[in-house]
Ligand binder design. Structure first.
Ligand code: FEO
Length: 393
């Protein structure tokens, strides 16, 4: 385990999952993922969340070792999504005198997830309510839709730890942290925008509650415990949840049937780099991780979508990408388009219609139309677009 003692009386008992192929059945996790769980060892003993059912036995061993012969009194259920609630039934049956502590909204979910009636063993807590364990006192704050409706977070008043549920989570197993050389923000950002990104207003609400607390450590349900420079992490969450760009720069997302649209997209990137010092990132969305493209779309203040026309519409993978952006409530950005078409180019108009339906999108002209292959006129048109995109750095 990466951590033993996190703070006085608080132990890490979570597990790494390196066997998972796709998180939530859709997100690539090349370095796995961690399901964090914690034990607070006091006069009363509390377990903070469980783990995915596939790792129940490994987790139970960590729990037993941390308990040192004691019996847990409380299971604090902050979030019932199966990556955290998947071992609730198992552990409730193993410790029949243990009480589950959760929000009112979680109660109905217990019945939906578990083939057992735990209703007499559930203690519902409300906003701001406290639960004394002895030296430690837990205080609960509701965090609906960060990232499910039943979510709550927990502040431990003595150690000043915020148990943040999915908040401040990051992809990557803890045993692989050293292999993740890009730093916390990269995989935390991909996690945030794809999983919690739709709920920025609710994250803002939670950040306002957190601002009233003296927080010394953040213990999320995925990824490393955050112990230093908390302002950095909280600042990024503030930016992300306000849908503000984190960086000035241009993200070029492209797809290509026969390589011509890709050639134009990469040429546009070259022209921008030659003419300015504006940062440029590119993604071939048919080959690169589409969810990383979502992350980059939110990261930068400008985006160019480059796609061929296909069956009188947009090449489908670009349609999928735009739909993902819509679902994640992409907004407040400048967007430009490059289309390709041999007889009836339509992708530019279609992409524009879909992007204009999103909130506060500014279209950057001109629309560049590639007539099948990149020629001198295409490069001239791309140069005009590059100038428009970089006019205001
Ligand atoms: Fe990590 Fe929303 O579950």
């Amino acid at each position: 385990m990466k951590y033993d003692m996190i703070a006085s009386g608080v132990k890490y008992i979570g597990v790494d999952d390196l066997d998972i192929d796709l998180f939530e059945g859709q997100y690539e996790v090349p370095l796995g993922v961690s399901y964090n769980s914690y034990l607070i060892d006091d006069e009363k003993v509390a377990i903070m969340d469980t783990v995915d059912a596939t790792k129940a036995e490994e987790w139970a061993k960590n729990l037993e070792a941390a308990l040192g012969g004691k019996t847990p009194d409380y299971l604090i259920v902050q979030h019932l999504e199966p990556d955290h609630g998947g071992s609730v039934q198992y552990i409730m049956e193993k410790y029949p005198n243990m009480t589950a502590v959760c929000s009112q909204k979680a109660v109905a979910m217990f019945k939906r997830f578990f083939d057992a009636d735990f209703s007499s063993r559930i203690q519902v807590v409300k906003e701001g309510e406290t639960l004394s364990l002895g030296e430690h006192t837990l205080q609960f704050f509701m965090a609906p839709m960060v990232h499910w409706p039943e979510v709550m977070v927990t502040y431990e008043q003595t150690t000043k730890i915020l148990f943040a549920a999915d908040g401040f989570g990051k992809f990557g197993a803890l045993c692989k942290e050293e292999e993740d050389t890009e730093g916390w923000a990269c995989e935390a950002r991909r996690y945030y925008f794809n999983i919690v990104g739709k709920y920025g207003a609710m994250v803002q609400c939670l950040l306002k509650k957190a601002a009233t607390l003296d927080i010394q450590q953040i213990c999320p349900l995925h990824g490393p415990v955050l112990s230093e420079n908390l302002g950095y992490y909280i600042g990024l969450y503030d930016t992300w949840s306000k849908y503000e760009p984190e960086d000035k720069g241009i993200f070029i997302a492209y797809c290509s049937l026969h390589g011509n649209t890709a050639q134009a997209a990469l040429k546009l990137a070259d022209i921008i780099r030659e003419k300015s010092d504006v940062k440029v990132a590119t993604s071939d969305i048919a080959r690169d991780d589409l969810h990383e493209a979502v992350e980059d779309a939110f990261r930068y203040d400008r985006m160019v979508l480059c796609a061929p026309t296909y069956d009188g519409d947009i090449m489908p993978i670009m349609g999928d990408f735009i739909n993902l952006l819509r679902i994640k409530t992409y907004q407040n950005r400048k967007v430009a388009f490059v289309e390709n078409g041999t007889w009836a180019p339509a992708a530019g108009k279609k992409m524009r219609e879909q992007m204009e339906a999103m909130k506060n999108i500014t279209i950057v002209e001109p629309l560049v139309t590639i007539e099948s292959t990149v020629k001198a006129k295409t490069i001239a048109d791309l140069t005009v677009l590059a100038e428009a995109l970089t006019a205001d750095k």
